[in-house]
Design a protein around this ligand. Structure first.
Ligand code: ASP
Ligand code: MG
Length: 593
């Protein structure tokens, strides 16, 4: 018999009628013969109300007591749902995280799941009962050996459900919510947002990291890491919603369900090339014109970085396969000539390789980026370009240093050669290149200029920010050859949250003091618009289309940072919403499929 884990969110169990309606849905599935484990959140705004009460009494309530308090929310809804099912004649049993044995780390408020004991759930399923489990909570042993209640962090019931599905090796995990599934963008910002029918876990992680709050990112990570068949659906309709695909059926190991390695593969692609265009005038649309020209000549661009320099010029660099280098350079020169961009220079350089690491939480989990750059710096590997995102980081390095770099990275992240895989089979699911578009507001651009040619500076910056828990949004590096020498100087440009600006300034100023020539510059507040899709790479013209849509809307792009499945453009803060709408419509995401 098929075993399905279903999770119902707070709104879906928001009042007694709704609980009863959900119970009826569950009863039908049970009678159809499914084995069901149901995970529920607390009713409606219960969790917020409980937190509110605690803070009315105490400005800084003890975290153990907060977990005691918050876990009661889910305990109410599981019991009421079991009572409703009993009324419908369905045998059901509700259980707290402690009763099931959802073992977590010994931290309150944000505990990660280590292991789920399945014996008790399985026993009740065998007795043909519906098993109802409290989401968002687990249990740990305190230092004196007694069990303690923990919670997983806000929105954590999704994580409970997917973790239970992984532990039980369930046939499916269905997340029921008050929206129809995952949409192409935030419907409050863009009315025409449409349902995404299928999305890969990697794409979803990029979108979640960009603020699409429908699914808890940790739930998607578990689905990705253990190959759980996950879908997001409406509690009130029968539509199939959004399916998440492309997980890897990894075995549970002893590391702890949520504590596995954050990096799980590395890959090297040789014979790549970089093109650098400097001193480009800052004219709206110039980037679009360049990349349209390249796309119409069928040149496949891989990674793109663009920065508007504080002196009013623009620098662009992009990477591509070595054999297309000459063609690309001559196209760029021709376009720049026709645009009368007399000062612009185009420099192409081949014989580089792209080294990438993939995993989960690469930019949101602190320290992974720093570790990568530290390993490369220690091995004296020069980084010619970088591209970062949630599920992948790529570095361009000299061909001759490539195998040494790969070896060092495999060793540092404890990867074996067999982990050199890539999910290329997922390219172009459903034929659409771009799955969704997201907007991040309140970002700020920090430029670290005139960095000598040491990877160690990059490693130092990333380590310093990671140690201070300051997340990096996007990050690019642009290089310049120092006149009449073979040395390079580079600019590293990051985006951070505006709220972290002052803290970051202090940390960076101190960290960079050993390199007196290095300058720190801060830009104004910006918005970041990102298009996400596994079909973006290797598809000439996708990026150009996005750049053109912004230029048609009269929006100047201040910075571009891409990675394999995400293209981000930073624009003026006040242009953010228009930019989101322009990009959403240029990829025809608002059209019903
Ligand atoms: N009730 C918890 C919260 O509101 C967990 C959840 O709903 O997923 O954050
Ligand atoms: Mg939720």
């Amino acid at each position: 018999m098929a075993l399905v884990v279903q999770k119902f969110g707070g709104t879906s169990v928001g009042n007694l009628e709704r609980i009863y309606a959900i119970a009826k849905r569950i009863a039908i599935k049970h009678r159809e013969g499914l084995d069901l484990v149901i995970v529920v959140s607390a009713m409606g705004d219960t969790t917020d109300e409980l937190i509110n009460m605690a803070y009315q009494i105490h400005p800084n309530p003890p975290s153990r007591e907060i977990d005691m308090l918050l876990s009661t929310g889910e305990q109410v809804s599981i019991a009421l749902l079991a009572i409703a099912l009993d009324r419908l004649g369905i045998a059901a049993i509700s259980m707290t995280g402690t009763q099931v044995g959802i073992l977590t780390e010994a931290t309150h408020g944000q505990a990660r799941i280590l292991k789920i004991q399945t014996e008790r759930i399985l026993k009740h399923l065998e007795q043909d009962q519906v098993v109802i489990v409290a989401g968002f909570q687990g249990t740990t042993q305190s230092s004196n050996g007694f069990p303690e209640i923990t919670t997983l962090g806000r929105g954590g019931s999704d994580t409970s459900a997917v973790a239970i599905a992984a532990a039980l090796n369930a046939d499916a995990c269905e997340i029921y919510t008050d929206v129809i599934g995952i949409l192409t963008t935030d419907p409050r910002a863009v009315e025409t947002a449409q349902l995404i029918k299928t999305i890969s876990c990697d794409e979803m992680l990029e979108l979640a990291s960009l603020g699409a709050a429908v699914l808890h990112p940790r739930a998607v990570e578990i689905a990705r890491n253990y190959g759980v068949l996950l879908s997001v659906r409406s509690s009130w309709t029968l539509s199939p919603g959004t399916s998440l695909v492309g997980g890897y059926a990894k075995h549970m190991n002893n590391e702890g369900l949520e504590i596995g390695k954050s990096v799980d593969s590395a890959k090297l692609i040789e014979n790549q090339a970089i093109v650098r265009i400097c001193h480009l005038p800052d004219i709206v649309g110039i980037t679009a014109t360049l990349f349209e020209g390249l796309a119409s000549a069928n040149v496949s661009i891989d990674l793109i970085a663009q920065v508007n320099n504080f002196n009013g010029t623009v620098t662009i660099s992009f990477t591509l396969a070595d054999q297309q280098l000459e063609k690309a350079c001559s196209i760029c020169r021709r376009i720049l000539n026709s645009l009368k961009a007399k000062d612009a220079t185009v420099i192409g350089e081949g014989e580089v390789s792209k080294l990438s690491i993939s995993g989960v939480g690469i930019t949101s989990r602190y320290g992974t980026l720093a570790r990568l750059f530290e390993v490369l710096a220690k091995n004296n590997i020069n980084l010619r370009a970088i591209a970062t995102s949630e599920v992948k980081v790529s570095c361009l390095i000299q061909n001759k240093e490539a195998s040494k770099a790969l070896k060092a990275v495999l060793h540092a992240f404890e990867l074996s050669n067999c982990q050199l895989y890539e999910s290329s089979s997922l390219d172009d699911i459903n034929g659409s290149k771009v799955k969704g578009v997201a907007l991040d507001i309140n970002q700020v651009q920090i430029s670290i200029l005139n960095v000598p040619n040491h990877s160690i500076v990059l490693a130092t910056i990333c380590r310093g920010l990671a140690d201070a828990f300051i997340p990096i949004g996007s990050m690019v590096q642009l290089e310049y050859r120092i006149r009449s020498s073979s040395l390079y100087s580079r600019d590293i440009i990051l985006t951070l949250y505006q709220d972290d600006r002052i803290k970051a300034r202090g940390i960076l100023t101190e960290l960079l003091s050993p390199w007196p020539g290095v300058r720190l510059e801060e830009g104004s507040t910006i918005s970041r618009v990102s298009a996400v899709g596994v079909g973006i790479r290797n598809t000439p013209g996708v990026a150009a289309k996005m750049f053109r849509s912004l230029s048609i809307a009269g929006i100047n792009i201040q910075m571009i940072a891409t990675s394999e499945i995400r293209t981000s453009c930073m624009v003026d803060e006040s242009d953010g919403l228009d930019a989101l709408q322009a990009v959403h419509s240029c990829f025809e995401l608002g059209q019903i499929t």
